[in-house]
Ligand binder design. Structure first.
Ligand SMILES: [Zn+2]
Length: 375
């Protein structure tokens, strides 16, 4: 007889606020004495003076390694070497998802502490214990789940608000799917990457994520488009990074991410961000679901359209993809162990193609709905 195990995993500490990066030295000093920072050259140019000033203020001398842009095993090993050579005890991964994933890997492999400073809020990399690997050409090469989540996440909302608004919006796509995916995974009692079935806490965080994005997403987008930080921005950034991060890792995934993670097979979609692909994956999942009320589905589609996330084949640059290619894609999405099987009902490749076509049609229809029409 097997026992049911519920599991949830968290980062050690999460701090968020406007101008927080000016205090980075104070927070990193809690974790270690000798930091090494991994960042891209453009971020070093933009934020280097502020970061080194704060380290100096708190008596920390630091090394740094320039990130070349891809999460390769070689990049992680180079960072491990820098940690050992410099006698460093804490890794600071500063930047987007790929730099963050590399820093998490080097911390896990070297035993150093891990501080994550996301400069955009476009994906779920900051809080999770996961690294997704690529080769130098940018092709997917598997992933690792590390023993622990990062020790500390520092989110400066001023930095996030200065990044192009497209990143925040993509993060909302990734975040909005968290609850529909976690509820699907819960309905089938699918084991999440945290190592068990869903805790009440993870489900509550996933639901709060969903409600926060729908309620404040549009306002946050308007603010960040103008480079300002408002209470709506603070709420949406917390949802995009913390609630969505813990929500997917400990709630579980379903069709939305199965689609998004496989879309590299359709080369037309290469220019799209992860969260944009998840948005269309969510559309597909909603057209596959058997129990979601139609009003609730319309609410989600209308939100995606309002913030400018892709809801149609045209927006996904997939308008010329034939039915045969869609079916081939759907077969690649629905192999054994795929997240599409985390639903309470069976999902076949033909169901996925039908749902994608239905999603495209739904996205168009809601875009063209007459002004003031109900729901
Ligand atoms: Zn995601």
């Amino acid at each position: 007889m097997s026992t049911m195990l519920n599991a949830i995993s968290f980062p050690g500490r999460y701090c968020q606020g406007k101008g927080l990066l000016r205090q980075i030295g104070k927070w990193v000093a809690v974790c270690g004495k000798k930091p090494v920072v991994l960042w891209e050259p453009f971020l070093k140019d933009a934020l280097g003076a502020m970061v080194s000033g704060s380290f100096q203020e708190h008596g920390l001398t630091f090394h740094d390694v320039l990130f070349k842009g891809e999460t390769t095993r070689a990049a992680a090993q180079a960072l491990v070497a820098a940690i050992k050579d410099g006698g460093c005890d804490v890794v600071v991964g500063l930047g987007g998802g790929k730099a963050i994933d590399t820093a998490k890997a080097a911390a896990a492999l070297s035993g150093a502490r891990c501080v994550i400073v996301p400069t955009i809020a476009s994906n779920d990399a900051p809080t999770s214990a996961c690294t997704v690997w690529y080769n130098d050409a940018g092709d997917y090469e598997g992933f690792n789940m590390w023993r622990f989540n990062p020790d500390l996440i520092l989110v400066d909302t001023e930095v996030i608000a200065r990044a192009p608004v497209r990143f925040l919006v993509a993060g909302m796509g990734d975040a909005l799917a968290t609850w529909p995916e976690a509820s699907a995974a819960y309905s089938s009692r699918a084991v999440s990457t945290a190592g068990g079935t869903q805790t009440l806490t993870a489900m509550a965080m996933a639901r709060l994520c969903f409600d926060t994005i729908l309620r404040h997403g549009l306002e946050a987008r308007e603010a960040v488009a103008r480079g300002v930080v408002t209470p709506a921005v603070e709420k949406v950034v917390e949802a995009n990074i913390l609630l969505s991060g813990v929500g997917w890792e400990s709630g579980g995934l379903a069709t939305a991410h199965a689609i998004a993670n496989s879309l590299p097979a359709i080369h037309e979609t290469h220019g799209l961000l992860h969260g944009e692909k998840v948005a269309f994956g969510l559309m597909t999942q909603l057209c596959l679901e058997q129990d979601w009320p139609v009003e609730e589905i319309y609410r989600i589609v209308d939100f995606l359209n309002a913030v400018g996330l892709p809801t149609t084949f045209a927006a996904m640059k997939m308008q010329d993809v034939s039915k045969e290619r869609l079916l081939e894609f759907a077969r690649s999405v629905s192999g054994e162990g795929s997240f599409v099987h985390n639903h309470a009902f069976p999902v076949a490749p033909e169901n996925i193609v039908d749902a994608m076509v239905a999603a495209d049609s739904l996205g168009q229809r809601r875009m063209n709905k007459p002004a003031g029409s109900p729901a």
